[in-house]
Design a protein around this ligand. Structure first.
Ligand code: PLP
Length: 362
């Protein structure tokens, strides 16, 4: 099976982990601090706060914003559930705005329509490594005095108008989960330009401690360990190269898959650096499930991200967060993500193409 992801871990990460283990500091320490500094320099934001996962980054980052309970936050229904769950954990109401069928990201016009007196924030997700239309979204937030939160879990290194995603939001969150463009096994990061928000997030991450055993607020243990940070710091050094390989692989797939009946390959908008966390095609004509099964049978580890809009998940239905987003509802039955990761050989990429050609004939 050609897997949908394979971590690009080398001798540099092994050496870095060995050094941490030999140092005796296995928890959060100097390596985590240095990784935070490197990451904030890379994104070009003032502050970076490393966490145990992308989920804890979102939860704590949003809690640091201190938005009134019950406020509405406009977000996308087409994402991994963690983005919108982070709102629920903070007693905020996700309001789902439909997506653009070509970029798969929240549609700024739909977003604008959902703004009400109760809206306090917007949470965008740069899905599959593809940046949202940030110019329009930033303008909307400014015009309506809304807080902007970016979920960059799938988009480390992606750019909009030559600016890294994560540098637009009041707070932005990243994930370094094992399948992401840069990995630490589990891990996450909050970035912000706001000193006060950064300080609150730092406190929330570490039991609300502002000094040894002095607790000024209720907090969690959402710290990153130095073992994770050692891996992530090496991965950050390699990130641009790894992303360049993903982009090259995506270009090859798009060229080779052109003209196949019922297959639409991904498009990349103007001024956008899409870093292809996923290479996602649309299968038209109601053939998605048959094509997926044929691909898997023939050794291509294709997957569907995601099978339903978030509001159609049982837990959302149960708590009454019912919504209708017709584009997202259509897209969930069309998408297939193909292997595009940087560890693929040219022979494997050719097998993916052959696999698609054969699968559409079944
Ligand atoms: C869009 C999105 N948000 C949030 C997360 C949560 O990150 P983590 O798995 O590191 O908790 C993920 C990834 O898993 C994701 O894809």
């Amino acid at each position: 099976m050609i897997p949908i992801s394979r971590p690009a871990i080398g001798k540099e990460e092994l050496k870095a982990v060995k050094e941490v283990i030999e140092s005796g500091t296995l928890s959060s320490g100097a390596v985590t601090k240095d990784f935070e500094k490197c990451f904030s320099q890379y994104i070009e934001t003032e502050h970076a706060i490393a966490t145990s996962s992308g989920t804890s980054a979102l939860q704590v980052g949003i809690e640091a914003l201190d938005i009134n309970k019950g406020s509405e936050v406009i977000t996308t229904p087409f994402s991994f559930i963690a983005s919108s769950n982070a709102l629920l954990f903070n007693y905020l109401k996700p309001v789902f705005a439909d997506i653009d069928p070509d970029s798969f990201n929240i549609d700024p016009e739909e977003l604008e329509e959902k703004i009400t007196q109760r809206t306090r924030a917007v949470l965008v997700v740069h899905l599959y490594g593809n940046p949202c239309r940030m110019k329009e979204i930033v303008e909307l937030c400014e015009d309506h005095n809304l807080i902007l939160i970016e979920d960059c879990a799938q988009a480390a290194g992606a750019e909009y108008c030559n600016r890294k995603v994560g540098s637009f939001g009041d707070i932005s969150c990243f994930s370094f989960y094992a399948t992401k463009n840069m990995v630490s096994g589990e891990g996450g990061m909050i970035v912000t330009g706001n000193e006060e928000l950064a300080e609150r997030a730092r406190l929330l991450r570490n039991h609300g401690q502002n000094g040894q055993y002095n607790h000024v607020m209720l907090g969690y243990n959402y710290r990153m360990t130095d073992i994770q940070a050692a891996i992530a710091r090496e991965q950050l050094r390699k990130l641009d190269k790894l992303n360049a390989k993903r982009i090259e692989n995506a270009k090859f797939l798009t060229e080779q898959l052109a003209g196949i009946e019922n297959i639409e390959t991904p498009t990349v908008g103007k001024d956008i650096k899409h870093v292809f966390h996923q290479y996602t095609i649309k299968v038209l004509g109601g053939k998605r499930d048959a094509v997926l099964q044929a691909l898997n049978r023939n050794g291509v580890g294709a997957r569907v991200y995601y099978q339903k809009p978030i509001y159609a998940q049982p837990i959302y239905q149960r708590v009454g967060l019912v919504s209708r987003c017709p584009v997202a509802e259509e897209i969930v039955d069309q998408v297939i993500s193909l292997p595009v990761h940087p560890m693929l050989s040219r022979a494997e990429l050719k097998s993916v193409v052959k696999g698609v050609e054969n699968a559409v004939k079944t």
